[in-house]
Design a protein around this ligand. Sequence first.
Ligand SMILES: Nc1ncnc2c1ncn2[C@@H]1O[C@H](COP(=O)(O)OP(=O)(O)OP(=O)(O)O)[C@@H](O)[C@H]1O
Ligand SMILES: [Mg+2]
Length: 256
Amino acid sequence: MTQAVIETVNLGKVHFSNFLRKRFQALDQLSLTIGKGETFGLLGLNGAGKTTTLKLLLGLLRPTTGEVKVLGYDAGHVKALARVGFLPEAPYFYSYLSAQEFLDFSGRLFALPEKQRKERAKELLELVGLTDAAKRPIGKFSKGMMQRLGIAQSLLNDPELIFWDEPTSGLDPIGRRDVRTILHRLKSEGKTIFFNSHLLPDVSEVCDRIGILNRGRLIYQGKVSDITAGGNYLKLEDFFLSTIQEAEANHKKGSS
Ligand SMILES: Nc1ncnc2c1ncn2[C@@H]1O[C@H](COP(=O)(O)OP(=O)(O)OP(=O)(O)O)[C@@H](O)[C@H]1O
Ligand SMILES: [Mg+2]
């Protein structure tokens, strides 16, 4: 059996708001195992709990229930994080820094030596198509350019496990194709990739397996090839929509 890189057992998260009077179950009993070298896509409507799941896997949120192990450590352990890359849903950058300066700064956080930082920044800016904009202040970047920079930053430490929250959001068709190419390359290097997405054609092309979240519950997990049979992404779209509709109908029945 392939080595488990991510393992969650009955993982749950309740968000509290209004001075603890309101509780919201954002994730409920998630039990999931991701093997080494797998590319896993987590799908679900807005508010389904995808970002919450990523944050729990990174240790940015503390679980309310259950367990989560990443690379054999409790989520958020520094030894795991050193081997992990992360692209947040809305990456934030200091607008006065150039892309090159930002990557250099991030490389310092990973304690990369200067020569390696310079080489890695050059290589990654090339990879994400930002070489010509390397010296421009990030404040002048378009949304898609910032997304590309976020992707570059997430790969700075040559991570073996990559968490991306909607990597192709805000990208033009060329950017989306570039990201798919990067994903294929990372896969061929044996990396494990876990990402959230609404873009089913991209998911259909690159993922080995998907999970569908609805109202914080994993209502499906399985191989993409079992759904798409030969790469027809419309099948994934139909499958996704009918799975959600069925879950919603059951939810309505249960609450009426
Ligand atoms: N800090 C928080 N406090 C209270 N509720 C929260 C908090 N973070 C998330 N939620 C709620 O948890 C639910 C799941 O949010 P989450 O961000 O995980 O969804 P998502 O699947 O990533 O959605 P999207 O596709 O819009 O990015 C939402 O209803 C959201 O309002
Ligand atoms: Mg989200």
